[in-house]
Design a protein around this ligand. Structure first.
Ligand SMILES: [Zn+2]
Length: 444
């Protein structure tokens, strides 16, 4: 153990005890050779993680350590350990961030970019997204990046990026990894690790049957959706609150990049498994950004907006232009609607919990008024920033769904629906966003 104690002496000041827990975790799972490598190559992670940990862990009664988890799977999590808490980021996750950012930045059109991107043909995009996800899927390989950083991206065949893009690339990668760390710290800060169900592990022998270790690990990963949304908002608050010098000062939006990229990449990677561990990524980013920047203070995001648009095109297909005639028709319906009359139900943070009965009753009362409300909300949802649009789109989806259920057999339904679909061309994605963001009682 001689070399281990000599490494342990180089402490960076976050927490020595939690660091020992981290080292033991690596040792148990991967053996000594891997521990040495993980510590060597984790150097870049320290520089990124420690300022965030230093800022975010001051009120936490135990130590926190963040380290590399040297496997190819997509794994970011926090766990309570004997002497504190340990956050691990897998090599596969870091690689996926690098690759996804590279893919997005090769597509995005920026306002002030002398060199426009070499676009990847839409037909190939699915293939590239799949490659990113597959690289993180089983079989899990022990995978440590070489000292000095990750190897190039999967997509080195694309052009090397011009200066603006290269700088942004580095900052978006930093922001995304930083956001992931901040998100895990947020779970600790918000007390999610100390919930009774999560603490009911072998460390807690107060009469009840202790959970087996593997089960406890699983429980640790199962935060509820509302905890995830809270952790996102808290993480963004931490990121926005970092000292300016922590980021490239040319881009004030950098702290926001992480919230956007992390939510969508996580969704892209987990979707093939069919695991719905999180609400829709469009909601995750909107809820976080909307909570941290209240709507009373609208902000324009000159880089984040095109970034989000590019991610959506990559993942959900090209935007289809609205049919102007249809748009004018439904706009005219919307004018008849008095927005104050609409029932609002029980709304927690915009979208999480809904009492739908009131909306159903409102919709059922009158076809023309129902149609007007759907038209009004559909158009209103398109008038807000893409980054912040999720609550408005979900509001529209709830009314649309109620309208469809009640009046699907009405003689004017087919024509109304045709025009709505021609005007609201992302209707199906919006319905999907809503379906994947309705909070079930076991997720609250
Ligand atoms: Zn989480």
């Amino acid at each position: 153990m001689g070399w281990l104690s000599s490494l342990t002496r180089k402490l960076s000041g976050i927490d020595a005890l939690a660091r020992q827990d981290y080292e033991h975790l690596i040792l148990e799972n991967f053996g000594q050779g891997c521990l040495e490598l993980a510590l060597k190559t984790g150097g870049g992670l320290d520089a990124l993680a420690n300022p965030i940990l230093r800022k975010a862990t001051s009120g936490i009664p135990y130590g926190v350590w963040c380290g590399l988890w040297p496997v190819s799977s997509y794994n970011v999590h926090v766990e309570r350990t004997a002497r504190g808490a340990v956050i691990v980021l897998s090599t596969g996750f870091l690689q996926a961030i690098v690759d996804f950012t590279y893919l997005v930045l090769n597509q995005v059109e920026l306002d002030y970019d002398p060199q426009p991107p070499k676009r990847i043909p839409q037909g190939d995009v699915t293939k590239y997204l799949l490659r990113i996800a597959e690289a993180t899927q089983p079989p899990i390989k022990v995978f440590v990046p070489p000292v000095g950083g990750l190897p190039g991206t999967l997509f080195a065949e694309f052009s090397s990026m011009a200066e603006t893009r290269s700088r942004l690339f580095a900052e978006i990668v930093r922001s995304s990894i930083g956001f992931a760390i901040a998100h895990e710290v947020a779970h600790i800060r918000l007390g999610h690790l100390d919930r009774p169900t999560i603490r009911a592990g072998p460390n807690n022998h107060k009469g009840q049957d202790p959970l087996p270790e593997d089960r406890r690990k699983l429980v640790n990963l199962l935060f509820s959706w509302s905890e995830e949304i809270d952790a996102d908002a808290e993480a963004l608050r931490i990121m926005v609150g970092m000292p300016r010098r922590y980021w490239d000062e040319n881009y004030w939006e950098i702290p926001y990049f992480g919230a956007v990229v992390f939510a969508d990449l996580t969704d892209a990677v987990f979707k093939p498994e069919g695991v719905q561990r999180y609400p829709h990524p469009i909601l995750r980013r909107s809820a976080a950004i909307g909570t941290v920047n209240s709507k009373s203070r609208p902000l324009e995001f000159p880089i984040c907006e095109p970034l989000v648009r590019t991610i959506e095109i990559l993942r959900y297909g090209p935007e289809v232009r609205a049919d102007m005639t249809a748009l004018n028709r439904i706009y005219a319906w919307g004018l008849e609607f008095k927005a104050d009359e609409r029932p609002r139900g029980t709304i927690v943070e915009g979208v999480r919990v809904r009492t739908l009965d009131q909306i159903d009753a409102f919709i059922a009362a009158d076809f023309a008024r129902a149609r007007a409300s759907v038209a009004y909300l559909g158009i209103a949802a398109r008038g807000v920033s893409r980054l912040l649009s999720a609550p408005d789109r979900i509001e529209f989806a709830i009314y649309y769904d109620s309208f469809r259920r009640k009046f699907g057999l009405h003689q004017e339904w087919a024509e109304a629906d045709r025009l709505i679909r021609l005007a609201i061309t992302d209707l199906d994605l919006t319905l999907e966003l809503w379906r994947r963001s309705v909070v079930q009682s076991n997720q609250v």
